[in-house]
Write a protein that binds this ligand. Sequence first.
Ligand SMILES: Nc1ncnc2c1ncn2[C@@H]1O[C@H](COP(=O)(O)OP(=O)(O)OP(=O)(O)O)[C@@H](O)[C@H]1O
Length: 235
Amino acid sequence: MTALLTMKNLRGGYGDSDILFDLSIEVAKGEIVAIVGPNGAGKSTAMKSIFGLLDIRAGSIAIGETDITGWAPNRIVKAGICYVPQVKNIFSEMTVHENFEMGAFLRKGDYSAALDRVYNLFPDLRTKQKATAGRLSGGQRQMVAMGRALMLDPQVLLLDEPTAGLSPKYMEQIFQISRDVRDSGVAILLVEQHAKQALAFADRGYVLAAGRNRHEGPASELLADRHIAEMFLGG
Ligand SMILES: Nc1ncnc2c1ncn2[C@@H]1O[C@H](COP(=O)(O)OP(=O)(O)OP(=O)(O)O)[C@@H](O)[C@H]1O
């Protein structure tokens, strides 16, 4: 596997306290990789570390051959990584269309092709272009957040708990759209509380506990492992 995103032996945290210890994660082009694990394992922190939101004490993060360790988020975006946080991930008072336009703010020149691609991925939103984003359903708001991030044509999309609080119907829809995004050439790394469902749809997975790697491998193998299921996936 040739990695597109490589986190190697990362140690870091917030302020003086370390949360991640010797953590290594890889994502290849054309992959959906899920990070699962117990509450407080450091899943969201791992995601934030990739996007330059953490104090990194040791280790490295690279996209392709470019070392981005310690870079600020605006530079990381330009390097090809976009991040959809779990909360506050849309401009609630703006329309769907304006959210997508905001997503394109770093692009130079015409972004109509990117807009068209995003509306093709989220056909439900094409008919809601003028709707105020904050008044949409939870699933639709998540789609706005993903679409906004995709306006920059990232190589890697980071999704922090994209299905949190969603009905099973919307969860399945978000997973299906994520597959379409992957198939369009964007690698996806996501954090999920719904560990079993996430491993059932991802290509590979990482099980984190106490800020460390515990298990990794093809998602189907992690899901089929009884020990992992009992220890980390709720039986
Ligand atoms: N901004 C912050 N400042 C200080 N400590 C934080 C901050 N955010 C998270 N932490 C701490 O980092 C640890 C890991 O939290 P994190 O949110 O990464 O875990 P998680 O695996 O995503 O958990 P969950 O599944 O509950 O969302 C926790 O002990 C948490 O209290």
